[in-house]
Design a binder for this molecule. Structure first.
Ligand SMILES: Cc1cc2nc3c(=O)[nH]c(=O)nc-3n(C[C@H](O)[C@H](O)[C@H](O)COP(=O)(O)O)c2cc1C
Length: 342
């Protein structure tokens, strides 16, 4: 059985292959998810660009969205052929676009279709087909309704449920939908008690490894999204505390590894900023962390990364990473960057 103990949530415009590669340098064990990818894009788009990933990214899941059993099954087959370890169906996206396309959270209102989709996907591939779902719709969720949905999906072969432990309110923006509906992790805990043979991963508002460990005592896994993007080193102790691996990389080690990665990517034609933008928070809350951000954000080049690395090596060093930031570190000027929601 695959290991679902810790996962980084799928996030559009965040969990692309560059960010995932960086996270993998911090934790060998954590499970990674792609951004949500619509089935039609897989069928008709540039597959190499959409689906390619590096072998280091395993274990990695492809998250698909759609509403047609046949096209989703075909997209799942293509994903499996690309080497993904899991195909995940999005049943949680509340965006207007998703509602117009009839996919994401709104599918929770049509369990019959969800079952058809999951059956077709399950028959198309050998890797696990999993779902990422909300507790229900429009704040009308009940534990009984949630358990019935799980049972209905389990009947067509789904064994793994990643649950963003809130309702989806379809009239609200996606951002509001990640804050306003109340979190009910205890319902996911209860699902595990009621269906011990199934795998449950809880998600939503988990800010630290300690919080994740709390959930791990009750369910099979914890999935973190924003906390990892905002401070990737939230996973610093994941390998040691969760997977029993001794490895604990320093921020500087990760930054140097990313430098080599960026160099390779630039040679393949990747714009440096596509990688660098995900590295802005690497030294978050650490001495000179804001200068790091500013140097990367202003320079947006391999040379800028070199300058930033030199500064961290000279002024902070490997040891400095362990220091708590002093008042000087805090007072450094904030960069005037418009970095998408970081
Ligand atoms: C920028 C952003 C993009 C997201 N994109 C997706 C997505 O593609 N697929 C998905 O299932 N959830 C998506 N989500 C929701 C997250 O996977 C997760 O369920 C949610 O953020 C709650 O977890 P968190 O509090 O740990 O961030 C996204 C969230 C954010 C912040």
């Amino acid at each position: 059985m695959a290991d679902f103990r810790l996962a980084v949530a799928p996030m559009v415009d965040r969990t692309d292959r560059h960010f995932r590669f960086m996270v993998r340098q911090i934790s060998q064990g954590v499970r990674l998810y792609t951004e949500m990818t619509v089935d039609q894009a897989v069928l008709k788009g540039n597959r190499e660009r959409l689906l390619a990933f590096r072998p280091e990214e395993h274990p990695i899941a492809l998250q698909l969205a759609g509403r047609d059993p046949e096209t989703l099954a075909e997209a799942a087959r293509i994903g499996e052929a690309f080497g993904y370890d899991e195909i995940n169906l999005n049943l949680g996206c509340p965006s207007e676009k998703a509602q117009e396309g009839g996919y994401g959270a709104c599918l929770l209102a049509d369990l019959g279709r969800v079952r058809e989709i999951l059956k077709a996907m399950g028959e198309a591939v050998r890797v696990p087909v999993t779902v990422k779902m909300r507790l229900g719709l429009e704040g009308r969720e009940t534990y009984r309704g949630l358990a019935a949905s799980v049972e209905a999906m389990a009947e067509v072969g789904v064994r793994v449920f990643l649950v963003h432990a809130r309702s989806a309110l379809l009239a609200l923006s996606t951002e509001a939908n990640r804050k306003i509906p109340p979190l009910r992790h205890e319902w996911v805990h209860r699902l595990k008690e009621d269906f011990p043979q199934l795998t449950f991963v809880t998600n939503g508002g988990i800010r630290s490894l300690e919080e994740a460990l709390f959930h791990l005592k009750r369910v099979d896994g914890a999935m973190l999204g924003r906390a990892v993007y905002e401070d990737p080193f939230v996973l610093e102790e994941a390998d040691r505390k969760v997977y029993g691996l001794p490895r604990k990389p320093s921020r500087l080690e990760v930054a140097r590894r990313m430098r080599a990665y960026l160099e390779e990517e630039v040679l393949k034609g990747t714009p440096p900023w596509a990688v660098l933008r995900h590295m802005l928070n690497l030294f978050r809350g650490r001495p000179k962390g804001r200068v790091w951000r500013r140097l990367l954000g202003e320079g947006r080049s391999l040379e800028a990364l070199d300058r930033a690395l030199r500064l961290m090596e000279e002024e902070v060093g490997e040891e400095g990473e362990k220091e708590k930031p002093g008042p000087k570190g805090q007072a450094e000027a904030a960069p005037g960057l418009a970095c998408e929601g970081v």
